[in-house]
Design a protein around this ligand. Structure first.
Ligand SMILES: Cc1cc2nc3c(=O)[nH]c(=O)nc-3n(C[C@H](O)[C@H](O)[C@H](O)COP(=O)(O)OP(=O)(O)OC[C@H]3O[C@@H](n4cnc5c(N)ncnc54)[C@H](O)[C@@H]3O)c2cc1C
Length: 371
């Protein structure tokens, strides 16, 4: 079967692209490695930038039990703490629920899903793409969106090269029960990383951290690293001592890097983390993925209507991507350098404590306007 658009990966970037294009009556195939619903490493705090957009496409956030988050706490490794109101704020909802609900909306609009299936290679011959899966199926289309997340085997098949980055991170997530305000998101620093906690649905909290992978190597494992490094921060010590951990084991992803990537590669439009991953401490990778999906879908519509050529489409998408996200990603990388190192994090928090008016513009610098 010939599809108008094939989307590789069904996280937020892929799901939103599929909904936007199916709403315009295109024949869309989305291939996703797993089957919904499933858990994913993510801090699960979403900036309000995209709240009304998500509600307008049919997501009933109140009914799903999402939480409203309006305050931010930052702590240093030694436990110095500062707090501020969040100007735009956000909401908390698990990816288990969010992605599943968006999948149901996409199905309603007629998107075809191929679940539990990985795309292994994509070839382009003249104006046709051939998308090959691990189940030995090949699908044809004139447009492919790559929304397969941070980094994957597919990047290798596509000969996608990234600049070498010395420091790689490991991401870990738990759902916990803990005595903590529901309107607060906290970011606790530890040597080599930082850990966020915020409320999601059903009185649960998402505890998610990013750690230098060398910490884990040095300690001998995730649990050992938590005891050795994270528990030096008294706020994290309290969480690890008193929270109820709801997963049997932590959810872990390896080899996270934040190097710049390209928004278009081999004529494939890349969306979300596949085009560039903002450091999680900025707290808005999800809203970036959603916004990029909206931009890509609108431009693809013009291409499928034959209003623009492929070359024009790729140029316009690259320009839009750079205009909307390039600086935000760069600022996120600079901010991350301030944290996760004892000296820098103590200094940054002491400075911000004495000049609290600096915190709001810093948060604003990594966020965009309401979608
Ligand atoms: C530790 C950590 C904490 C974070 N916390 C936050 C936060 O609190 N708030 C926030 O806004 N952002 C946060 N982020 C960032 C956020 O998770 C991402 O920016 C967001 O998930 C991007 O969505 P996406 O659709 O690009 O990718 P993803 O959501 O990762 O989706 C990619 C999908 O592609 C699928 N896939 C992969 N390869 C293939 C293949 N070959 N074939 C088919 N399917 C494939 C995967 O299974 C996956 O479902 C965090 C990131 C990390 C690492």
């Amino acid at each position: 079967m010939d599809y108008d658009v094939i989307i590789v990966g069904g996280g937020l970037g892929g799901l939103i692209s599929s909904i936007q294009l199916a709403k315009k009556q295109y024949n869309v195939l989305l291939v996703e490695k797993y089957t919904y619903p499933f858990n994913k490493v993510c801090g699960e705090y979403i900036s309000n930038e995209v709240k009304s957009f998500l509600e307008n496409i049919g997501l009933d956030l109140n009914q799903l039990g999402s939480t409203n988050i309006s305050r931010f706490q930052l702590t240093s490794i030694k436990g110095k703490s500062l707090e501020t109101d969040l100007q735009m704020g956000g909401f908390g909802i698990s990816r288990y629920t969010l992605d599943f609900e968006l999948y149901k909306i996409a199905q309603k609009y007629g998107v075809t899903f191929l679940l539990n299936t990985s795309v292994e290679d994509i070839q382009k011959v003249n104006e046709k793409f051939f998308v090959e899966t691990n189940t030995n199926q090949t699908f044809e289309t004139s447009m492919v969106i790559g929304s397969y997340g941070k980094r994957g085997k597919l990047d290798k098949s596509l000969f996608r090269q990234f600049p070498v980055q010395k420091q790689a991170f490991v991401g870990v997530k738990y759902h916990i029960k803990y005595d903590f305000p529901k309107d607060l998101i906290a970011l606790h620093n530890f040597s080599g990383g930082y850990c966020g906690i915020s409320a999601i649905e059903e009185d649960k909290y998402c505890l998610c951290y990013l750690s230098d992978r060398n910490n884990i190597k040095q300690s001998g494992g995730v649990h050992e690293m938590e005891l050795e490094f994270m528990c030096q921060n008294p706020f994290l010590l309290d969480i690890f001592q008193n929270a109820e951990f709801l997963f049997e084991r932590p959810l872990v992803i390896n080899e996270i890097i934040f190097t710049p990537k390209s928004a278009v590669h081999k004529n494939i439009l890349m969306v979300g983390d596949t085009a560039g991953l903002i450091t999680p401490l900025a707290g808005n990778g999800m809203s970036i993925a959603i916004r990029a999906a909206v931009i890509a879908s609108e431009l693809i519509h013009g291409f499928l209507q034959k209003k623009v050529s492929r070359v024009e489409l790729e140029g316009q998408y690259t320009d839009e991507w750079n205009k909307n996200f390039k600086k935000r990603l760069w600022r996120g990388r600079q901010l991350q350098k301030l944290f996760g190192n004892e000296f820098n994090s103590n200094l940054a928090i002491s400075t911000l404590k004495s000049m609290p008016f600096l915190l709001k513009p810093i948060i604003r610098a990594t966020h965009g306007k309401v979608l």
